[in-house]
Design a binder for this molecule. Structure first.
Ligand code: C2O
Ligand code: CU
Ligand code: CU
Length: 550
């Protein structure tokens, strides 16, 4: 019986991800040591999916590299003003962004690709906000009635009695009221819209908006529903960082693009249950383009990078030994600039990077992921501008003291397989989405959350509403835990990397490790969510509500 899962309808044997990892020796490695390395994902163009005969797809090896200019998403324009519901007598900028199906050119040599977009493009337009100045967005669902991809009706919240096309927008990293946060059950169908109020009462940072509809987030985001949102403040301007055309948003995701130029989300071979535990594409889109180039001057640039992939952990580096100086992460600037290579970004993580092209005049520098090239910088052979002298100190970040924590919660990350080893679902602390809320921090209180990873993979865990600091990661004895449910540590706690030592909203939790974070639950009371940001995991129950209580 269990064999059925490894055999397709037409009788072909397929290799599951777990088998692939076992055969390639990757699994043993992943189990043997807790690591911050990316997901045990193929670095080569390897079809490790459950597919029998993969639809031929394009990759860097099969298509012309660096022939399209890197698109820079438009900045959204407000359509007018709206009375501020929370500050009578004042008004705020009002935006209207429509979700719709469009055709986009992903590459010079590909036919237009059917995708879903906010405001007509994917990535959607950039929303520019000032810290302390609220704005409102009407998110209008004008999508077609049929989904681009197969919906798995076994997944909670995506049952056959629910419409296939539903959407709700979440602003990742934002401190907003619960009714503007894009609660996964607040989805709505084509023809409807929802207005969100964004107070922007937080420090400057790169946030991003994306779909969050229960049980189909992976499909909606994969279709193209994401975009960047910047919060600016005076402090950052005073630092004199590269700005204007020298500040480049870079929104990265992996996709599978078939030879007809269409985006493919290969379903698992079970016709009735197309959910797959992870998705890895073999082509990376930068601002919606495959393998673009950017003409740059020999001077410093600032790159604002976000990984909007479903599952892929990116590992970024530059050719020609060019260095990245990282100045910020998820929730704004770090304390000080640091040189980092490679820059690892789990899904949803951001990196604020400075690259100094001033010694590179005339060169072509490639931005690479571990899986292959992403884009090319063409440095003009002009006389070099003076390199920007980055300040030694960027920002003061006071550590949250564990002794001030009102409570510590220990929460497991779990994975369940059927007898054949096929991964069926993942849970947080052994609880399903629909079970009563168990995490109820008090407004204004500080808490420590410890994520005990019992699975063989790393998970990027994200909390809505709050920013947090990483306290450390400590390896534990998994077998002992399984037997007695007690944590027996097998090594000291490891401090977060320097580029993870600022304010975060998403944290990588390696296997066999307890990852601890500390947060103050400030802002608003009400119901929010926390979840794994591997979208396949999130959709299949690795997400839980939590409630901030007054
Ligand atoms: Cu990036 Cu719950 O979100
Ligand atoms: Cu979020
Ligand atoms: Cu996960």
């Amino acid at each position: 019986m269990p064999l059925v899962d490894n055999v397709c309808g037409d009788g072909n044997i397929v290799i599951s991800r777990r088998d692939f990892l076992k055969k390639s020796g990757l699994l043993a490695g992943a189990l043997a040591m807790p690591t911050l390395a990316p997901h045990s994902q193929p670095t080569e163009i390897e079809d490790e999916s459950h597919e029998v005969v993969p639809r031929p797809s394009v990759s860097a090896a099969s298509i012309a590299n660096f022939v399209d200019p890197l698109p820079i998403p438009q900045v959204a324009e407000p359509s007018g003003e709206h009375p501020d519901p929370f500050h009578p007598g004042r008004s705020v900028p009002f935006y209207r962004l429509e979700m719709s199906e469009v055709f986009a050119k992903l590459h010079r040599d590909l036919k237009p690709t059917r995708i879903w977009a906010y405001g007509g493009t994917s990535p959607g337009p950039i929303i520019e906000a000032q810290s302390g100045q609220p704005l409102m967005v009407e998110w209008a669902n004008a999508l077609p009635k049929a989904h681009l991809f197969a919906v798995d009706h076994h997944i909670h919240g995506a049952e056959a009695n629910k419409p296939n096309v539903r959407a709700v927008v979440h602003l990742h990293g934002a401190k907003v009221r619960p009714d503007s946060d894009g609660y996964p059950e607040d989805w709505y169908v084509p023809g409807k819209s929802l207005i969100s109020y964004y107070p922007n009462i937080q420090d400057a940072a790169m946030l991003w908006y994306h779909d969050h509809a229960l049980g189909i987030t992976r499909l909606n985001v994969y279709a193209g529903l994401f975009g960047a949102y910047f919060i600016r403040d005076g402090a950052k301007r005073a630092l004199n960082l590269p700005s204007g055309k020298y500040e480049i948003p870079l929104i990265l995701c992996d996709r599978k693009i078939d030879s007809q130029g269409q985006v493919d989300y290969p379903a698992a071979p079970m016709f009735m249950a197309p959910w797959r535990p992870e998705f890895y594409g073999n082509a990376i889109l930068a601002n919606g383009k495959l393998l673009p180039f950017l003409d740059v001057e020999p001077r410093s640039y600032r790159l604002r990078v976000v990984n909007v992939s479903n599952s892929r952990f990116l590992s970024l580096s530059l050719s020609e030994q060019t260095a990245f100086i990282q100045i910020g992460s998820d929730q704004g600037l770090l304390r000080a600039p640091i040189e980092v290579t490679p820059v690892i970004l789990a899904p949803a993580e951001r990196a604020d990077l400075v690259i100094d092209f001033s010694p590179e005049g005339g060169k072509k520098i490639v931005l690479n992921d571990a899986s292959g090239p992403i884009m090319q910088f063409r440095v003009a052979s002009l006389s070099a501008a003076d390199p920007i002298r980055l300040p030694k100190k960027l920002r003061h970040i006071a550590p949250l003291a564990p002794s001030h924590a009102a409570r510590t919660r220990t929460l497991t990350l779990d994975q369940y397989s059927d007898p054949s080893g096929k991964v069926m679902r993942m849970l947080l602390n052994g609880t399903h989405w629909d079970m009563p809320i168990t995490e109820k921090p008090k407004l204004g209180s500080i808490e420590i959350w410890r994520f005990v990873n019992l699975t063989p993979d790393p998970h990027p865990i994200h909390l809505h509403l709050v920013r947090f600091q990483i306290l450390g990661r400590r390896p534990f004895d998994l077998e002992a835990y399984r037997k007695s449910k007690t944590l027996r540590f097998v090594g000291p706690s490891i401090r977060p990397d320097p580029n993870e030592s600022g304010w975060k909203d998403t944290v990588r939790c390696p296997p066999r490790t307890v990852t601890s974070i500390i947060a103050r639950f400030e802002g608003f009371t009400g119901r929010y969510v926390w979840h794994c940001h591997v979208l396949e995991h999130e959709d299949n129950e690795m997400m839980r509500p939590y409630e901030v209580i007054g």
